[in-house]
Design a protein around this ligand. Structure first.
Ligand code: MTE
Length: 312
């Protein structure tokens, strides 16, 4: 039997202050103008990362009609063109992609623009786990336990001005560690996606921070990505560094690249074939099992009211 001997620098659990107490202590130290208060605390008490927030409590409202995809499959079969077009190789190419520190700048037509440290942002709003269907425009599909917080929580905090109609999101641009940016100069990097403000305020729309009860792996868009389950996967932009509220509809990477194939809305729609393939069926990974594709990926009751029915 292994007995664990405590190292000199470790503190007994009973001596550690609870995270809640630590945060409120940090708050009042900051309120007293105690610059660099965290620097005075023993290292063991400093918040580092957000791993302690997982697994988050599951929201039972969102249920699935299919089995959850194997974690090893969902985290090793990726579209992340900044690295490579080869879905099975992204996972091997993210080692040099550093995600700490990471800032997220919120700007544009908002009353409270702010640059957040991503760990602070993730701690700011309660995280929850939701089981969602996920459907790529290329027809492959999976079912994922995502962790995140509603986009509406952040939107309320930054307080859009009446003129704001769209929310634009931008992925980090690091050609030095993202070889796909260099080898595919025909795309207009950085990756950009956008939603109408009403879409972003919909209860289904999440900022994703984790999956399978853990923080997001880099290949799946750490540390912050969009989860929009009624739209094709391409709208689910990864590794976000900037969020901007605009009056004019922002151009998005895929829509700009091939407008006839990738609509600005890109709502899942089995009745509208892609010019080169049918969109009638979901092809589940890794089994290849075929299931009829559902309008709005099965989330019609949540989102149909956002549309007139002919958005592409
Ligand atoms: N975000 C960025 N920055 N770059 C990308 O290439 N691909 C999109 C989306 N987000 C992409 C992106 C596409 S086409 C899909 S299907 C999903 O990410 C895939 O997400 P996953 O790898 O977590 O399954």
């Amino acid at each position: 039997m292994l007995t664990r001997v405590r190292k000199a620098w470790e503190i007994a659990e009973s001596n550690a202050i609870s995270e809640r107490a630590y945060f409120s202590r940090r708050k009042w130290m900051q309120a007293l103008g105690f610059a660099g208060a965290a620097g005075l605390l023993p290292q063991a008490l400093q918040a580092k990362g957000t791993a302690d927030l997982y697994p988050a409590k599951r929201n039972a409202k969102y249920t699935l009609d299919r089995p959850v995809t194997d974690e090893r499959v969902a985290t090793a079969y990726n579209n992340f063109y900044e690295f490579t077009l080869d879905k099975q190789r992204v996972v091997d190419m993210v080692d040099r992609f550093e995600i700490d520190p990471w800032k997220v700048k919120v700007k544009g037509l908002v009353n409270n623009p702010k640059t957040y440290d991503v760990d602070d942002l993730i701690r700011r709003f309660p995280l929850e786990e939701r089981l969602y269907r996920f459907r790529c425009v290329e027809t492959w599909a999976m079912a994922v336990p995502w962790t995140g917080f509603p986009m509406s929580a952040l939107i309320r905090e930054v307080d859009p001005q009446p003129a704001a109609r769209f929310m634009k999101m931008v992925t980090v641009f690091r050609p030095e560690v993202m070889p796909g940016i260099v080898s595919q100069p025909h795309y207009d990097w950085p990756y950009v996606e956008a939603l109408t403000l009403e879409e972003a305020m919909n209860e289904l729309a999440l900022f994703g921070t984790g999956m399978f009860g853990k923080p997001l792996p880099k290949q799946n868009g750490a540390p912050l990505r969009a989860i929009i389950p009624w739209k094709y996967g391409l709208k689910n932009i990864k590794s976000i560094v900037q969020i901007e509220f605009t009056k004019k509809r922002p151009a998005t990477l895929w829509n700009k690249a091939v407008p006839s194939e990738y609509g600005w809305y890109s709502n899942v729609n089995p009745r509208r074939p892609h010019p080169r393939w049918s969109q009638a069926m979901d092809r589940m990974i890794p089994t290849g099992e075929l299931r009829p594709t559902l309008l709005y990926n099965g989330y019609e009751q949540h989102v149909a009211e956002l549309y007139k029915g002919n958005e592409f």
